[in-house]
Design a protein around this ligand. Structure first.
Ligand SMILES: [Fe+2]
Ligand SMILES: [Fe+2]
Length: 147
């Protein structure tokens, strides 16, 4: 289950940053919120990039499924990228209500998205990809620093 373990750990880390940033916004501590939101955004966008550039293509190659789950996940990433950029803009404007409203929408999307990946996509990756390719995929993802 090395793909699941590696990817789930990133989901949890992003969830923690999301919650910490939200708390700072609620407290009205915008300096702290800026830093935490930037960390959340960086980690989340890097995670999406790891999936889109490395894990999804490996899944598509191995299973021959190119139009199915990975296309849906890519589409959801686009929706989430849009919400994250709206949150960044709200933070620049110190607009607490907009930030919290968009954050609520994003949290729902993230929860549904991550559940689909963890219960279906990552589990399929762990079942269908050889151990050697899985290890290779993880080391390639580890090397991605930008997105
Ligand atoms: Fe994803
Ligand atoms: Fe993911």
């Amino acid at each position: 289950m090395i793909i699941s373990d590696y990817m789930k750990k990133e989901h949890r880390a992003c969830d923690t940053l999301f919650a910490d940033a939200e708390k700072a916004v609620m407290d009205g501590d915008f300096e702290k919120a800026d830093k935490l939101f930037t960390d959340f955004s960086d980690e989340t966008l890097r995670h999406f990039h790891k999936e889109e550039s490395t894990l999804f293509p490996t899944f598509e190659e191995t299973t021959g499924m190119r139009e199915g789950p990975t296309q849906m996940m890519r589409h959801e990433h686009e929706q989430m990228r849009d919400l994250i950029s709206r949150m960044g803009k709200a933070l620049e404007d110190k607009d607490k209500d907009t930030y919290l409203g968009v954050a609520e929408l994003l949290m729902i999307l993230i929860q549904q998205h991550n559940m689909k990946e963890e219960q279906m996509l990552y589990a399929m990756c762990d079942r269908s990809i050889s151990q050697e390719v899985k290890e290779d995929t993880i080391s390639q993802m580890e090397q991605l620093r930008d997105w």
